[in-house]
Design a protein around this ligand. Sequence first.
Ligand code: GLN
Length: 202
Amino acid sequence: VPTIGVLALQGDVREHARALEGAGARTLPVRRPEELERVDGLVVPGGESTTMWRLARSFELLEPVRKRIEAGLPVYGSCAGMIMLADRIRDGARGQETFGGIDMTVRRNAFGRQVDSFESDVRLTGVGEDPFHAVFIRAPWVESVGDGVDVLGRAESGPNIGRIVAVRQGRLMATAFHPELTGDHRVHHYFADLVRRAMEEE
Ligand code: GLN
């Protein structure tokens, strides 16, 4: 059984833990480097990426997470977590840093210029046939991706139709929406499977 950590500095940690347990994983809240060492995968929750960045820095987790990502740790980020996995961000706070890992440019609060939150159907390539009922809350979108990044889903309605909202690069994946807030845990199942396969490969 994989142990999947949930970065527990800030954000909707419990919702992710519940969804991951529903997907057959053991979970561990991660606040310290020692806890990070014990996990087979990591989820970076939704919340506020500027706060998460500052806390990650003061809890001395920025570098340890970067190192584990480089060493092949599977990581899934939702919303603020997507921002934390981006190599490049737009509209960040002054000096805002990320863990990085996914070769993409993410714009913070992108949809929020029009609306603070909205819902849209989104189909995710490889994550089931039926569309997700996706909940976006002051969400980012992905402005551009490098060659190695697979686009899994795009906004399917609203003024920003076509914007990239889900991506995967190897063992890293990110969604601009919050599947942990709905009863539909297919993204967490998909990620738990990714973690299991990564464990077999080690
Ligand atoms: N707007 C937030 C940020 O910039 C993300 C919002 C969310 O995670 N729901 O981090």
